[in-house]
Design a protein around this ligand. Structure first.
Ligand SMILES: *Cc1c(COP(=O)(O)O)cnc(C)c1O
Length: 386
């Protein structure tokens, strides 16, 4: 074969469900020289990552570190360590990621009670209360905080209070929420949480920040059976990420540099400022869309700031507009999944991608695409409203 030319990616504006655009400091970190995974400088950096993650997760949990792998690896990490075959678990399902959580739990041998709500609606605390009454032996309750497939935020703070009084462990998926809206692990009595780097932390995909409470660690230590996964066994990983520093697997060196840089960006901006920025840009987008009579598909009052489920107007070809946004404007947005396929665009305003400039750019580009396809929308009105 002839050697292909060097790969030159286009410069996209990433307004989909992730990855989001990374800050220059993060991309720069990826280009730094490699060191060994037991190098004293690397070990110092690991400690700083753990400290910064605790600040971002708002927790004192000792066991807080990035699992090597994407968000789904973090999901698998939490479940495989906490669940043994035959355990009763309750999983809330109102989108793709709740469905995935139930799938992973069943593969670990759990007996899963599904608590469901239609896609685009929230899981109510009353539904969880009901399930807890019917399943008094439940060992764990799992809820997706920010359901990226539908743009809905589940009420995890309220659910946390119910789970706490039941004695079960509380697991939440914060892949899309961390860095984009409040996530308060200790205040909400969360025992286990996982996230991802490529959404509101604005780092490339490849690591999954996780945190486990002391109760969760006890459950992992006191298992009757060995953790099915060698790679994700927290009892082994603790040897490397804890004080012993024994080899388990080679940490993805450069990805950890990138996460260190991304967490610095988050903390330099300040959590409150960052949440406010996400909220303001969401509201601007929503107002702009309302001016051209395009509503969001997710339940009012529970709409995510970082992921907007934008209703495709009647008679408009969802995929054609999405393709045109990419080819003519370099803007990536996401398609609907499952029952929302063809009905929504998923417009992410995550991390670095959440800017006033991107909101305006997206609205003008969308209006132009819609008008070229025969619809009649007023771009000036959308921009004025935004
Ligand atoms: C993206 C996402 C995941 C999966 O993360 P990957 O990095 O794609 O493995 C899990 N949960 C939610 C809510 C997500 O948005």
């Amino acid at each position: 074969m002839t050697t292909p030319a060097p790969f030159k990616p286009p410069h996209r504006i990433l307004l989909g469900p992730g990855p989001s655009n990374a800050a220059p400091s993060v991309l720069n970190a990826l280009a730094q020289p490699l060191v060994g995974h037991l190098d004293p400088s690397f070990i110092r950096m690991m400690e700083e990552i753990k400290q910064m993650l605790r600040a971002v997760f708002q927790t004192k949990n000792q066991m807080t570190f990035p699992v090597s792998g994407t968000g789904s690896a973090g999901m698998e990490f939490c479940i495989v360590n906490l669940i043994e075959p035959g355990d009763e678990v309750i999983i809330a399902i109102n989108g793709v990621f709740g469905t995935r959580m139930a799938d992973v739990a069943e593969r670990c041998g759990a007996r899963v009670t599904r608590v469901e709500a239609p896609w685009g609606q929230v899981i109510s605390p009353a539904q969880i209360q009901d399930a807890l009454l019917k399943t008094p032996d439940a060992k764990l309750v799992g809820v997706v905080h920010a359901e990226t497939s539908t743009g809905v935020e589940n009420p995890v703070a309220e659910i946390g209070r119910l789970v706490k009084s039941s004695g079960a462990l509380f697991l939440i998926d914060t892949v899309t929420s961390l860095g984009g809206c409040p996530v308060k692990i200790d205040e909400w009595s969360v025992d286990a949480a996982y996230s991802g780097t490529q959404k509101c932390l604005s780092c490339p995909p490849g690591l999954s920040p996780v945190t486990l409470s002391e109760r969760a660690m006890e459950a992992a230590r006191n298992r009757k059976t060995r953790v099915q996964s060698w790679y994700l066994d927290v009892n082994l990983l603790a040897g490397y990420w804890g004080s012993e520093r024994v080899y388990h697997h080679t940490a993805p060196i450069s990805m950890n540099y990138a996460l260190h840089a991304a967490l610095r960006e988050v903390l330099e901006e300040g959590l409150e400022n960052r949440w406010r920025r996400h909220r303001q840009n969401h509201l601007a987008l929503k107002s702009g869309l309302a001016a051209i009579k395009i509503p969001l598909a997710s339940a009012e009052g529970f709409q995510l700031w970082q992921l907007n489920a934008v209703k495709v107007p009647d008679g408009v070809d969802e995929a054609a507009i999405r393709t045109k946004l990419l080819s003519d404007f370099n803007i990536e947005v996401g398609a609907g999944l499952g029952s929302l396929k063809g009905k929504i665009w998923r417009v992410g305003l995550m991390g670095e991608s959440s800017s006033r400039e991107n909101v305006r750019l997206f609205l003008s580009a969308l209006c132009q695409c819609l008008n070229e396809s025969g619809a009649q929308v007023n771009a000036a009105a959308a921009l004025a409203a935004a």
